[in-house]
Design a binder for this molecule. Structure first.
Ligand code: 16G
Length: 241
């Protein structure tokens, strides 16, 4: 499994072979891995090299460490296609997972200049500010803050946003989102975010900003969110012109 004469660094070979075991299902999520010492003895390599291999897989989200207990296989990342506008609720149901939300904040506020610009409304017009932790099978995946014009999406309540905002807009109000622009930037979790997401401060997150539009071009929501980079990856299929 490890070729010491190869120009490929030993730690890299070890990391690759562990990753293969994860991909093939030989190592299952939650399963504990041999210790650095055990890898070192088995392959006659230094503990430092074994640590380097495990570190790489921890940093890439394939493994996680529990202090005093060892290293474990992480759950597979959720692969979210970037084409097609879906709601968090739809995404999780499509994967056979249970979506839920923890409402951190729900308030009707006057639009700041920035929010008003994003939603193409006048400053100080009423907007809902909704901050939710989004969970899949009770595990926090993301924190989302939605800004929604109260004159467009009427009658939002805490009960409604505890379920699905998109379902309410479409099924109750007949407002269908047709387009969106979205940016994704990498960042690290701030302490308060990390607490909500149940991750350590400084762990990578993806900051996503979305403006979603109705068919006539009216902005229906402006959303700022932080997705756990250890649980999510984005996928897009591309064609060369
Ligand atoms: C997704 C959307 C978010 C939208 C939410 C509605 C991304 C990055 N964001 O999380 O813009 O507000 O779904 O979810 O995909 P809901 O209908 O379950 O409330």
């Amino acid at each position: 499994m490890i070729n010491k004469n190869s120009p490929i660094p030993i730690y890299y070979q070890l990391a690759e072979s562990i990753q293969k075991q994860i991909d093939s299902g030989d190592l299952q999520p939650g399963e504990s891995l041999p210790s650095e010492r055990e890898y070192a003895e088995k392959f006659e390599i230094s503990r430092m090299t074994a640590r380097q291999a495990l570190n790489q897989l921890v940093n890439n989200g394939y493994l996680y460490r529990v202090q005093g207990k060892g290293t474990f296989v992480a759950d597979k990342k959720i692969e979210k296609p970037l084409v097609g506008i879906t709601s968090f609720t739809e995404d999780m149901l499509a994967r056979g997972m249970k979506p839920s939300s923890e409402l951190l904040h729900f308030e009707l506020i006057p639009a700041t200049e920035h929010i008003a610009n994003q939603l193409q409304i006048k400053e100080h017009r009423p907007v809902y500010e909704i901050k939710r932790i989004r969970l899949a099978d009770d595990v926090p995946m993301a924190i989302e803050t939605n800004y929604i014009s109260a004159n467009l999406v009427k009658g939002l309540t805490e009960q409604i946003v505890n379920h699905s905002i998109y379902a309410y807009m479409e099924n109750q109000l007949g407002l269908r989102i047709e387009q969106a622009t979205q940016t994704i930037e990498s960042s690290i979790a701030e302490p308060i975010e990390a607490q909500s997401l149940q991750i350590k401060p400084g762990v990578p997150v993806m900051r996503i900003q979305r403006i979603a539009y109705l068919h006539d071009g009216t902005p229906a929501e402006y959303v700022i969110s932080s997705y756990r980079a250890d649980r999510y990856k984005f996928m897009v299929q591309m064609h060369r012109k």
